[in-house]
Design a protein around this ligand. Structure first.
Ligand code: NAD
Ligand code: UDP
Length: 342
């Protein structure tokens, strides 16, 4: 049976996407080196779907090891999530980020060529729009001026894939630019499981709500926004996962060598609004203080969703309340995250 290879499928977005793919009748093979995920995800996926997915613990930069996956399976398409994603860490460790993110993608495309696999969906990010304040971001908005090495890897890989699609005419690539994925599967069995102290807003709020962290620092309340705090386009990870199924169907039925879609809700939510929504979900106050702006933050970032709606048939359905309640459900069921690999 033809399968979708999901690289990075044990991670936050990848694991939710595996479920959407399964529910939509796709056969899935996962390749992940577990650098930022745990084997337990496989058990959780089995609890949710009743299926034990085929999993290879493999570094996507290791061509010979990854070749085994292509050799042993009839891979029909690839969704490439595998990559490092922590913005601050990428500033401290640029070589690791460029090396891992670029090489893993190059290796995957080389093997796709070798095994005549023609369909690729790539995890890009709204970060490729850089520091522009011209919102909403459409797929035509200017790119570049990224503020960190992580963002540049996405920007570079988009260009690499455009060049590959020109050179290898059968290759069809879909670039998905995610906005801010949050929330968790309704079962509370999988969710975002960051190592150490979280950098992103929702995982941080969850830990404060649970009492593991004392208080949230809101980075800046003097922005030129309605309540002074930054606006972001938070999208439920299960909506985002469904977007990948649409993207796979799109590349299977369209001739475009490269297609690009924003995946967001089209709505900006402020930090204060996010805190209030989470307080409602968990039923108690989230202790927070106002601090200095975080360097590199833009005041407002949200997607134009017109293109994804018209061409992909994608529309995010879940509300900010559902994002918060699913996050809280995941947090309370897994206060210490998933059990580590022994
Ligand atoms: P994640 O860290 O939870 O998942 C990434 C997975 O890839 C992890 O399981 C990790 O172990 C694996 N991995 C990393 N390098 C690998 C390699 N060389 N070989 C094999 N496996 C490797 O991150 P996520 O939030 O699920 O993000 C998935 C993708 O989406 C990433 O490419 C990320 O940059 C992109 N993205 C994420 C966000 C976000 O806010 N979460 C936003 C925009 C784009
Ligand atoms: N944020 C905050 N306190 C935190 C973490 C984040 O006030 O501890 C703010 C951050 O300044 C931004 C928003 O929450 O305005 C979303 O931040 P996140 O890192 O989750 O996403 P990104 O900024 O990468 O879009």
């Amino acid at each position: 049976m033809a399968s979708v290879l999901v690289t990075g499928g044990m991670g936050f977005i990848g694991s939710h996407t595996v479920i959407s793919l399964y529910e939509n009748g796709f056969d899935v093979v996962i390749a992940d080196n577990l650098i930022n995920s745990k084997t337990e995800v496989l058990n959780r996926l089995e609890q949710i779907t009743g299926k034990r997915f085929k999993f290879y613990k493999v570094d996507c930069c290791d061509k010979e090891a990854l070749r085994k996956v292509f050799e042993e399976n009839e891979i029909d398409s690839v969704i490439h999530f595998a990559g490092l994603k922590a913005v601050g860490e990428s500033v401290r460790m640029p070589l690791e980020y460029y090396s891992n993110n670029i090489n893993s993608m190059l290796t995957v495309v080389e093997l796709m060529n070798e095994y005549k696999v023609r369909k690729l969906v790539f995890s890009s990010s709204a970060t490729v729009y850089g520091e522009s304040e011209d919102v909403p971001f459409t797929e035509e908005s200017p790119l570049g001026m990224c503020t960190n090495p992580y963002g540049w890897t996405k920007w570079m890989l988009e260009q690499v894939l455009r060049d590959c699609a020109k050179a290898y005419p059968d290759l069809k690539v879909c670039l998905l630019r995610y906005f801010n994925p949050v929330g968790a599967h309704e079962s509370g069995l999988i969710g975002e499981d960051p190592k150490g102290i979280p950098n992103n807003l929702f995982p941080y709020i969850s830990k404060v709500a649970a009492g593991t962290l004392e208080q949230l620092t809101v980075f800046g309340d003097d922005y030129d926004t309605p309540d002074g705090t930054c606006l972001r386009d938070y999208i439920h990870v299960c909506d985002l996962a469904d977007g990948h199924v649409k993207a796979l169907n799109f590349v299977a039925t369209h001739d475009d060598s490269v297609s690009v879609f924003n995946l967001g809700t089209g709505k900006g939510t402020s930090v204060k609004e996010a805190v209030a929504a989470f307080e409602k979900a968990c039923g108690h106050e989230i202790k927070h203080v106002f601090g200095a702006r975080r360097p590199g933050d833009i005041p407002v970032c949200y997607a134009s969703t017109d293109k994804a709606r018209k061409e992909l048939g994608f529309e995010a359905k879940r509300t900010i309340e559902e994002m918060c309640s699913s996050c809280w459900n995941w947090q309370t069921k897994n206060p210490d995250g998933l059990p580590s690999d022994s």
